[in-house]
Ligand binder design. Structure first.
Ligand code: HEC
Length: 182
């Protein structure tokens, strides 16, 4: 009985803290993939890495992370309540489908196509099967208008899951190297 009361009050406390940021919650009260709120202010956040060219998929990507995430030190995991946002732009192409490249070979951005988001908080992401667990990270995707997209989130998990040593973040090393030079 006592244990139950403690659990319930912990859940209530936790709920107050994040109620403002979580519009959509599963029955357990924890956000699942596809249920994160759109972080509308992300363009004011520190930049993680920008102008990542993806020639094969004809895209350019910019990544931001929230001020909480930017407190991480090299070699550490990102703190609780870190959010990372990846903008995926179409790369500019000519009418014949050739990619526009600057003299230094960089691609140019066309329209914003999608916004991918990952956020972590203790206790999140535990309903995923073991081989798809990404620590406490939860994934979501949005259109350029900020409306949620129904992506196949098992794909996000499958491709990020092998990076446990880097807190499931693909560009982990590159980020800290770039940050040291800034
Ligand atoms: C096939 C592998 C793959 C899949 C599937 C995938 N990602 Fe990623 N993701 C990457 C790679 C690689 C990067 C690093 C940036 C780059 O090179 O595009 C990345 C970067 C990110 C980042 C920036 C932080 C980081 O890891 O560097 C976020 C946020 C992100 N992905 C979210 C998602 C979401 C949400 C989905 C599913 C809707 C998804 N990803 C699906 C491979 C993948």
């Amino acid at each position: 009985m006592r244990r139950r009361t403690v659990l319930i009050s912990a859940a209530l406390l936790w709920g107050c803290g994040v109620a403002a940021m979580s519009a959509n919650l599963s029955a357990s009260g924890l956000p699942r993939d596809g249920e994160l709120p759109f972080p509308a202010e992300y363009q004011t956040w520190p930049r993680f890495l920008t102008n990542i060219d993806k020639v094969d998929t004809k895209q350019v990507r910019d990544i931001y992370l929230n001020p909480t995430g930017a407190k991480a030190k090299p070699g550490e995991m990102f703190p609780d309540e870190t959010t990372m946002v990846m903008e995926i732009y179409k790369a500019k192409e000519s009418a014949s489908g050739e990619l526009d490249k600057s003299s230094d070979g960089k691609l140019a951005k066309d329209k914003l196509a999608k916004v991918f988001v990952m956020s972590k908080k203790q206790g999140w992401g535990q309903d995923a099967p073991d081989h798809l667990k990404n620590g406490a990270w939860v994934f979501s995707a949005f259109g350029p208008d900020g409306k949620p997209l129904a992506e196949d989130f098992t794909k996000c998990r499958a491709c990020h899951a092998p990076l446990a040593q880097k807190d499931f973040v693909h560009r982990y090393d590159e980020y800290f190297e770039a940050r040291m030079k800034r």
